[in-house]
Design a protein around this ligand. Structure first.
Ligand code: CA
Length: 724
């Protein structure tokens, strides 16, 4: 699809515009320190690096990347390993690129480059050590600086004033995209090894010692990992949290680090039935360490399939519970990412995950009621356009935040509908006859009835609903909602609206239209005539597909509209959508089994192409050659549980047991990974975590489906559709 969930040209243009606007909002956002390297997310080599050499000079590499050491590091789990020989008739370079994270675009103004270096048993002098330069976004290099001397067997910090590199734009640290290590002029032709870690820009502020005493609240063992958490950190001097593990209760080894704004760490040890003890410390910006916490212990244990499902549900749920924006209680777009910005659709999905979490006892009903009231109060006060919400808002103020560009500064009907899916399920869930739950239902009704679905027809008697509307630019984005894709729920809700309904006939004249406009739209984004008339009828990998563009598209098409709207009950003139979704999931599975591009890790337990974070950008992957980049996305297979329970369980177990050491973290599975590229995403995404919690629940008990479908207004909408 187009809009935000694509990497096509219009998406890129929107992104460029949004980056300009983000500067205007700079004051509001949390400012991250600008880090170029802390750890490689994968062992062996660092994806965001490059090595080259000529003549008699050499630098060791893995597939042209800088190797990483898990033996010598300053912060666990690893450091970069530079092993080089500088020769007079050659040269070598090793470049480390910063891995940009979505939305992480607000930084402290830096004054220094800080990096940590280590040499094993060799005191090194200027000629033995590399020259350091900074790389700008146009690939130009700063002037070079030398390290004068380095003692053996000791991690030493280099703190270099940025001005020494020449004209570095300190107001825009993001204009520096990497650091280059290269050989000195006076080459000694000897083999040297240098470990480098924690390359970051530092603000000009004194490093205060940390008075806050570290404390672990809780440690809990699972099949192959232990989850520890601590109270939210309020001391701004905490730069990192360092976690130590012991197998015998006396000798502790560094096990990991965590950002100060996340108060949890998942230690994937890869062993079942073992007892571990943990300590934590806090590090300030000079890496001076606080005192240790008291130790806390837990054991890993054998877990049943049922327990594994609950584990995945609970960890993904935490993204919306612990990871939410503080003022609004709403979901962030991704973590880490912008701190204050909340995403409307992801919050709708998160609301369903909160219901599952309440029902499964991850939180109490009282805690849940309190959170829902917070969210609903926020939504009542938030900026709306004809009752519809923007895609992104600033949590503290409730104002629209045009993250995708200045044209997207108004209503987003698709995101709004994902939110309505969530709150309408909640209206059924909070059914008790007490003051607070009555208040929840009343507020939901007010928000739902406020959405002017009929306004988004744009024209009197218009056949299509439109995705966006801007208060100052009107229908400038001009995007009709035409199926089949993830937006079916928009038409279903518009037909069901008690206050601003659209005629049920629009399902066939708009959403499932077989007219020229719709046909052209489908064949453009599908780059295929298969399914361009809404109906398809072709057979892919032995499976006949009734409805869908191309061979069905990315798996999120089968998830977003159907988290609450039970597809068993949606049968139109062409198909039943449970069956059709199931067929799309099976096509995706069989494509990955077939693996036409020969990517590593694809197979019966490695499948599920859908939209997710990628090594360079977000991409909506699907089971066709041109949209398959070797990237596997856990939510693809796992959120398909109701359609493909056996295949989804195999993927879940494979991802946890075999890839957990890089893929598993505090909010469950990280967004995506590629074994072919040796890359793993460092973020979790709001659109991808909740569908796992919710769809596993729909598979296990049907909870969210039942709640939503019992709503009389939804039932009435369905009756209207069936009468067409
Ligand atoms: Ca490190």
């Amino acid at each position: 699809m187009v809009d935000c969930r694509s990497s096509n040209m219009s998406g890129k243009l929107l992104l460029i515009a949004c980056l300009c606007f983000s500067m205007l909002l700079k004051a509001q956002e949390y400012e991250h320190s600008y880090s170029i390297f802390t750890n490689s997310s994968m062992p062996e080599d660092h994806f965001f690096s490059h090595t080259s050499y000529t003549g008699g000079s050499t630098i060791e590499s893995n597939n042209g990347k800088i190797p990483v050491s898990e033996t010598f590091f300053h912060t666990p789990d690893n450091a970069l390993e530079l092993r080089y020989r500088s020769h007079a008739d050659g040269k070598w370079d090793a470049t480390v690129y910063r891995s940009g994270k979505r939305g992480m675009d607000h930084f402290e103004k830096p004054a220094f480059l800080s990096l940590w270096v280590f040499s094993l048993s060799e005191t090194m002098t200027e000629n033995d050590l590399p020259l350091i330069r900074l790389m700008s976004e146009d690939s130009s290099l700063s002037s070079g600086l030398s390290i004068v001397t380095l003692n053996a067997n000791e991690w030493q910090r280099m703190l270099i004033p940025l001005d020494l590199f020449g004209n570095i734009d300190r107001d825009h640290p993001e204009n520096t995209i990497g650091i280059v290590f290269s050989q000195q002029v006076n080459a000694d032709a000897e083999l040297h090894t240098l470990y480098v870690d924690d390359i970051e820009f530092m603000a000009e502020k004194p490093a205060h010692s940390i008075i806050l005493k570290p404390e672990i609240k809780d440690a809990k063992g699972y099949a192959m990992h232990v989850d520890i958490n601590w109270p939210q950190i309020t001391d701004p001097n905490v730069h990192l949290v360092k976690i130590y593990r012991s197998c015998d209760g006396s000798i502790y080894q560094p096990a990991g680090i965590q950002q100060p704004f996340i108060n949890r760490f998942a230690d994937f040890t890869g062993e079942t039935g073992k007892n571990y003890s943990y300590l934590i410390t806090f590090l300030n910006s000079s890496y001076e360490e606080s005192e240790f916490s008291e130790p806390v212990s837990a054991s890993t244990r054998v877990m049943s399939n049922d327990e594994l499902l609950t584990m995945v549900q609970e960890t993904s749920f935490r993204y919306y519970w612990e990871g939410s924006e503080a003022t609004s209680g709403m979901a962030r777009e991704n973590i880490p990412g912008r701190h204050n910005m909340v995403a409307t659709g992801a919050s709708g999905f998160g609301i369903m995950a909160l219901i599952v979490g309440t029902e499964r006892g991850f939180i109490s009903r009282e805690e849940s009621v309190e959170r829902f009231l917070k969210i609903l109060r926020f939504l009542e006060g938030a900026q709306k356009f004809h009752g519809a919400f923007p895609h992104f808002m600033d949590g503290p103020s409730g104002k629209v935040e045009p993250f995708f560009g200045l044209r997207d500064n108004g209503a987003d009907l698709v995101e709004t509908s994902f939110l309505m899916e969530g709150i309408l399920a909640a209206r059924q869930y909070f059914s008790r006859d007490d003051e607070q739950e009555r208040l929840i239902r009343q507020k939901i009704t007010g928000i739902w009835e406020g959405v002017e679905y009929d306004w988004f027809r744009r024209y009197r008697d218009g056949d299509y609903l439109f995705w966006h509307w801007s208060p100052d630019q009107g229908w400038i984005i001009d995007h009709r909602l035409i199926g089949w894709n993830e937006t079916m729920v928009v038409y279903l809700l518009a037909i069901a609206s008690p206050t601003h309904p659209v005629p049920a006939s629009m399902y066939y004249t708009g959403w499932a239209s077989q007219g020229h406009i719709a046909q052209t739209y489908r064949s453009r984004w599908g780059q295929s005539t298969d399914g361009d008339m809404y109906t398809n009828g072709n057979t892919y990998y032995g499976i006949t597909l009734d409805v869908g563009v191309n061979n069905g598209g990315p798996l999120f098409f089968t998830h977003y509209s159907y988290l609450a709207y039970d597809p068993h009950f949606i049968t139109d003139r062409y198909t039943n959508y449970f069956v059709n979704n199931q067929n799309i999931a099976k096509i995706n599975y069989r494509y990955c089994l077939n693996n036409p591009k020969g990517f590593k890790g694809y197979g019966e337990d490695g499948w599920g192409l859908t939209a997710s974070d990628g090594p360079f950008d977000y991409s909506a992957d699907e089971p066709v050659i041109r949209q398959d980049h070797g990237k596997l996305t856990p939510t693809g297979a796992i959120s398909s549980f109701p359609y493909t329970p056996e295949e989804s369980m195999k993927a879940l177990k494979n991802y946890y047991f075999n890839y957990g050491h890089f893929l598993w973290g505090e909010y469950g599975f990280r967004d995506a990974f590629s074994l072919t590229a040796n890359w793993c995403s460092e973020i979790y995404m709001g659109l991808n975590q909740a569908p796992m919690t919710v769809m596993i629940e729909n598979y296990r008990t049907g909870l969210i489906w039942k709640l939503f479908m019992q709503d009389p207004e939804i039932q009435e909408g369905l009756r209207k559709l069936e009468a067409e």
